[in-house]
Write a protein that binds this ligand. Structure first.
Ligand code: ADP
Ligand code: MG
Length: 566
């Protein structure tokens, strides 16, 4: 293998040459404690920066195997190392002078959630890999390799030594991180055994600092469970932890405006992920198949069987294979429920703030005036028990303005000055005085979920497939925008990058007219399980900048992909 000396010589040789001469640097170079790999060299100073990875052997990195052998611990440790590395890299205030992205060095930015990312990988043998981007410096289009030498030979080695070698790290901090992951995993595994849909520990801080900051709110009222809902768990590291156990079934969250209902629900939505220490939601753990369900006017729907909610449309449209390019509030929410069922969710999370009222309820007076036969919508309230009992899917529903769900709920929580109270008994007694006016809706047949996806030959022929993402809003594939703004449990822009790769992979290799969407997603998940995100990046190297997604979000993305050929 070439060594760092070879790289230094090469860089000295190409100084002041035209930018394309940088291309020769592609390859791997042995440094004293790691291997540096220049995976891809940008074509010009203004193009997206060059891709560089650092590989530290297991022996050199020196992490004890029990810190990374189990998946959840490995992901937490990777996250820890990446944050550490990123912090070191940030302290690098040096910005190479020059054109375009000269000297720009970047690694993934981690938020409050702990996600598996291609930016940091610990392999089975303990090898630690960091994948980053570096803008190779130039003046105009003339190579300035002295600046790159500074980055690669002075700055980078320091970052690596301080952040990727076990010996240089605070062992206590590493242990704390991995211990937390183990405790979080423990709670997650306990949930189904205890018949719980979610757990919120006492003392948790649920609200965030502001609409644009995910950090915990200062001086927030800490969460505290009502006595009747208290559950205690003996965690492997933390010891005994107590909090509110939300049982499987139908849970209603009520309370006055501004008393913290949506904040609780939001925390539950993100409880499908683990959070970093200090976040306040470390021990808010939700069944990790949970899905937020909301109205989503304008989304496209492709052959979804929404007949359990919508029938006999005045325009005679088929609601068993319902299609639209521009859904209404109620049809979009109906599709979101049925698609969530297809995606294997066990918990639906619904907030009245973001729901279509006519999908959720029909009040008594309206039922009297407009006969059921003239109303195409069977509202969610008429199906919520059926969904719970027949499909074993729980619902946690925030509803502050309508008492209709009191009859249906198994558990009723009132948020009162940011603290939950169990008012089930009281609310049930009160609602007995308001009997349900009409007969129950007839049971619906199970939605048919057999959508096959045809191959797209045009897509396969195109050898320059464009992938682009816009923050957490959308994925652009060639000319198609997949709008993911309302897929609210996507927590990181890098997850959208992964979704782009996944859709592209499915288009190229999986859609064949015989596999259903469900089978396609299953196969993609198997691939992710076996090879990680690297499994769907087909180039000659694995790019940094991808973060893991759940099966549920892969479904959500395919379901919103307008060019899918069914
Ligand atoms: P609701 O949905 O009941 O109307 P929200 O959940 O939107 O209420 O909360 C209203 C406001 O109160 C938000 O600005 C939120 O940040 C704040 N808030 C929520 N929970 C707490 C808490 N535990 N302590 C302090 N402020 C909170
Ligand atoms: Mg609200």
């Amino acid at each position: 293998m070439k060594t760092h000396n070879d790289l230094r010589e090469l860089l000295n040789r190409i100084d002041h040459k035209g930018y394309p001469a940088y291309k020769d640097t592609r390859g791997s170079y042995q440094f004293d404690t790691y291997m540096l790999s220049i995976d891809h060299v940008q074509g010009d100073p203004f193009a997206s920066p060059s891709k560089v990875s650092v590989h530290v052997s297991g022996k050199t990195a020196g992490f004890p195997t029990d810190l990374f052998q189990e998946k959840h611990k490995r992901i937490a440790l990777q996250d820890f190392l990446l944050r550490k590395f990123s912090k070191e890299a940030e302290s690098f205030t040096f910005k190479a002078k020059g054109s375009g992205k000269s000297g720009l060095m970047s690694v993934s930015r981690c938020g409050q959630e702990i996600l598996e990312r291609t930016a940091c990988e610990i392999q089975q043998n303990g090898t630690v890999i960091i994948r980053m981007e570096i803008g190779f410096p130039a003046n105009g289009r003339t190579i300035n390799s002295r600046e790159l030498i500074k980055i690669l030979f002075e700055f980078l080695p320091g970052c690596i030594k301080k952040s990727l070698l076990y010996a240089a790290l605070d062992h206590q901090a590493v242990k704390k991180t991995v211990d937390l992951a183990q405790d979080q995993q423990f709670i997650r595994e306990q949930l189904p055994k205890l018949g719980l849909a979610a757990f919120v520990a006492n003392g948790s801080i649920l609200p965030r600092e502001s609409g644009v900051s995910d950090r915990p709110m200062k001086q927030a009222v800490p969460f505290h469970s009502p006595k009747s809902m208290e559950v205690s768990l003996l965690l492997p590291n933390y010891g005994t932890i107590t909090g509110m156990g939300i049982k499987q079934g139908i849970t209603l969250v009520v309370g006055g405006g501004y008393h913290g209902k949506s904040t609780l629900l939001k925390a539950l939505e993100l409880g499908v992920y683990n959070h970093i220490s200090g976040d306040g939601r470390e021990y808010v753990i939700t069944d990790d198949t949970a899905m937020k369900i909301r109205a989503e006017d304008g989304r496209s729907i492709k052959q979804v069987d929404i007949s359990m909610f919508i029938n006999n449309l005045p325009n005679k449209k088929d609601t068993i294979h319902f299609c639209t390019e521009d859904a209404s509030g109620s049809t979009s929410q109906a599709a979101n429920v049925v698609e969530a069922m297809e995606a294997g969710t066990k918990v639906m999370l619904i907030d009245e703030d973001t729901s279509a009222t006519n999908f959720m309820i029909r009040d008594e007076l309206m039922q009297r005036v407009v006969n059921r036969n003239c109303e195409p919508i069977t509202p969610f309230i008429d199906r919520v028990q059926e969904i719970s009992q027949q499909y074993h899917i729980s619902t946690i529903l925030v509803a502050g303005s309508s008492g209709s769900y009191f009859h249906k709920a198994d558990c009723i929580i009132q948020m009162d000055h940011y603290l939950p109270k169990d008012i089930t008994e009281f609310a049930k007694k009160e609602s007995d005085a308001f009997p349900i006016p009409n007969e129950p809706a007839p049971l619906a047949s199970a939605p048919s979920l057999d959508r096959m996806v045809k191959p797209d030959y045009g897509f396969k022929k195109n050898d320059r497939i464009k992938l682009k993402t816009q923050g957490k809003d959308s994925v652009l594939i060639n000319r198609d925008i997949i709008d993911l703004r309302y897929v609210e449990q996507l927590s990181d822009t890098e997850q959208l990058v992964s979704l782009g790769y996944l859709v592209k992979y499915a288009q190229l290799h999986m859609f064949d007219g015989k596999k259903t969407i469900s089978e396609t997603v299953k196969e993609l998940c198997r691939l992710l399980d076996k090879k990680g995100l690297a499994g769907v990046c087909e180039g000659s190297y694995v790019p940094g900048g991808l973060a893991m997604v759940r099966k549920q979000e892969i479904f959500a993305c395919l379901n919103r992909y307008r060019s899918l050929k069914l």
